[in-house]
Design a binder for this molecule. Structure first.
Ligand SMILES: *[C@@H]1O[C@H](CO)[C@@H](O)[C@H](O)[C@H]1NC(C)=O
Ligand SMILES: *[C@@H]1O[C@H](CO)[C@@H](O)[C@H](O)[C@H]1NC(C)=O
Ligand SMILES: *[C@@H]1O[C@H](CO)[C@@H](O)[C@H](O)[C@H]1NC(C)=O
Ligand SMILES: *[C@@H]1O[C@H](CO)[C@@H](O)[C@H](O)[C@H]1NC(C)=O
Ligand SMILES: *[C@@H]1O[C@H](CO)[C@@H](O)[C@H](O)[C@H]1NC(C)=O
Ligand SMILES: *[C@@H]1O[C@H](CO)[C@@H](O)[C@H](O)[C@H]1NC(C)=O
Ligand SMILES: *[C@@H]1O[C@H](CO)[C@@H](O)[C@H](O)[C@H]1NC(C)=O
Ligand SMILES: *[C@@H]1O[C@H](CO)[C@@H](O)[C@H](O)[C@H]1NC(C)=O
Length: 322
């Protein structure tokens, strides 16, 4: 007996230094002149969320400078030079990118940006989706609409995946809990949403503060997301990230209330900014638009100068895996 106990204690000690289950190494890097190489440009109208937008091919996006690299930064924008005056069904040009690779459980996805799209009628997102929605889940890392002040983090799933309620949420994340049920049929596909507590996570404040980093860790313990403003980015994040050593996540969906291996399949990274007609499919039409903007959303689409701030400026996107 004694002998067994000693053996057990010794082997545990021996195992401890190598027990870093979250050890992550760089798998894919989207950066600089090669940023756009490994994305598929979805081309066509916005059939799923009825945006007043036309997503351009790689060739058109590049030639009309909706996508380009400048000073090492990748820019992804909505057309802000073409007038749609007099055309009530005008579809403003934009870009929607799907990663060629898929991301699996045991991954960390990092976006470092210095500008994110915003403005009345603008709906940007940096998110992941499985091949069969909602069976394979959806992970929204960066998303909001119009002149919202705070970024929103969300999951969308089939029935049975939840964010813990308020009694436990304060200890696991710094964000504000908006809704707990990730099931796509609850509240018109609202998702389980956590809002960032800082205005530097979205819109003009994000830009004025030098931007920052969004990170999403999906492992056996669940899904965690962080926003780090420019002055608080962990020093290890670019090359050898150790999320165990970071601050409390901004949003956290522990596996105990959402079995992540059941609700999430291989994910495609999706990156876009678009115009929204209904303001919208996002969370219930005009009421959302009127929270931060006035007039009628569709009236804005025709005027290009409404889209001067509707662009991403990205230092890099990196995917690390176990
Ligand atoms: C609509 O969603 C389906 C399923 O996620 C996807 O295959 C399709 O590409 C989407 N269409 C657009 C325009 O995004
Ligand atoms: C109005 O915009 C739509 C969508 O962009 C386009 O197909 C149509 O040709 C435009 N109509 C006119 C009269 O320019
Ligand atoms: C608790 O969470 C619910 C969403 O489930 C939210 O509506 C409510 O505002 C939260 N209350 C507090 C005090 O955070
Ligand atoms: C939820 O997903 C199911 C299955 O795909 C679909 O039939 C239903 O329309 C979705 N509901 C919403 C509100 O998206
Ligand atoms: C940046 O983040 C740090 C750490 O959360 C915080 O103390 C600081 O106030 C933030 N700066 C701004 C401008 O929000
Ligand atoms: C943990 O983070 C702190 C603060 O960023 C850093 O000083 C320290 O070296 C890190 N430790 C490890 C083991 O990475
Ligand atoms: C995640 O949750 C499921 C369902 O409760 C459980 O079977 C599984 O063991 C959990 N995984 C981990 C790593 O805790
Ligand atoms: C489009 O927006 C960019 C970035 O704000 C700006 O530099 C440019 O002048 C705008 N283009 C036009 C035609 O106004």
């Amino acid at each position: 007996m004694t002998c067994l106990c000693v053996l057990f204690a010794v082997s545990s000690l021996f195992l401890l230094p190598t027990a870093s289950a979250t050890s992550l190494s760089l798998r894919t890097e989207y950066q600089g002149s090669s940023f756009f190489d490994a994305w598929i440009f979805y081309s066509g109208t916005d059939t799923n969320t009825t945006g007043n937008v036309y997503f351009e091919t790689r060739e058109t996006a590049m030639s009309s400078e909706l996508t380009y690299v400048s000073d090492g930064k990748a820019v992804i924008k909505v057309d802000n030079s073409t007038s749609g005056a007099g055309n009530s069904t005008y579809g403003r040009s934009s870009v929607k990118l799907y990663s060629e690779e898929t991301v699996s459980q045991g991954s960390l996805v990092v976006l470092d940006a210095t500008h994110v799209p915003y403005g009345c009628s603008v709906w940007p997102a940096f998110w992941l989706q499985g091949s069969n929605w909602p069976v394979d889940g959806e992970i929204d890392i960066f998303e909001n609409v119009n002149l919202a002040q705070y970024n929103r983090y969300a999951l969308h799933t089939t029935d049975g995946c939840k964010h813990p309620d308020n009694s436990s949420s304060t200890s696991i994340e710094t964000g504000t809990l908006i809704s707990t049920d990730c099931y796509n049929a609850t509240n018109g596909n609202q998702g389980c949403v956590v809002e960032d507590p800082s205005t530097t996570s979205y819109g003009d404040d994000f830009y004025e503060n030098g931007g920052g980093v969004f990170a999403m860790l999906w492992n056996d313990d669940g899904i965690k997301m962080w926003f780090f403003n420019r002055s608080s980015i962990p020093s290890d994040i670019e090359d050898s990230p150790d999320p165990d050593n970071w601050t409390t996540p901004t949003a956290n969906w522990p596996n105990s209330s959402c079995d992540v291996s059941q609700f999430f399949g291989a994910q495609t990274i999706t990156l876009h900014s678009k115009d929204i007609t209904l303001c919208g499919n996002y969370a219930g039409s005009a009421s959302v638009y009127e929270e931060t903007c006035s007039g009628t959303c569709t009236d804005l689409i025709q005027e290009p100068s409404n889209y001067d701030t509707a662009y991403f400026e990205i230092n890099y996107v990196r995917v690390f895996s176990r």
